[in-house]
Design a protein. Structure first.
Length: 109
């Protein structure tokens, strides 16, 4: 299994956190919350498409909503492969950061 790009890792983690509420706008809000950065919706849907093609997420259509002109929300859910990919990234991150006791870092203002 290849290493996930950081963007895909963040999006997968957001889907994991959101559970049954993981649809495009909710994922975007969660990603912005955890990163502190503004994300365009296209920056979410591009990686979501790649994650779907890789088999890391599946989609579930919700009920049509009058508020959305009769369109249904598309919800995302992690597959077993997606969960394995996240677990691998967690191990990689733990290994990379192991023994880093002090990091001289100036927080951006």
């Amino acid at each position: 299994m290849k290493i996930l790009p950081r963007v895909e890792e963040i999006i997968l983690l957001s889907i994991w956190r959101l559970g049954d509420r993981a649809y495009g706008m909710a994922i975007r809000k969660e990603v912005m919350r955890v990163t502190g950065e503004k994300w365009l919706l296209g920056a979410i849907y591009g990686p979501l498409g790649r994650l779907y093609r890789k088999g890391f997420v599946t989609t579930i259509k919700g009920d049509p909503m009058p508020k959305r002109g009769g369109r249904a929300k598309v919800y995302y859910k992690l597959t077993q492969e997606g969960i394995k990919a996240l677990a691998r990234m967690k191990e990689i991150n733990a290994t990379i950061w192991k023994d880093v006791s002090k990091l001289d870092y100036v927080k951006p203002s």
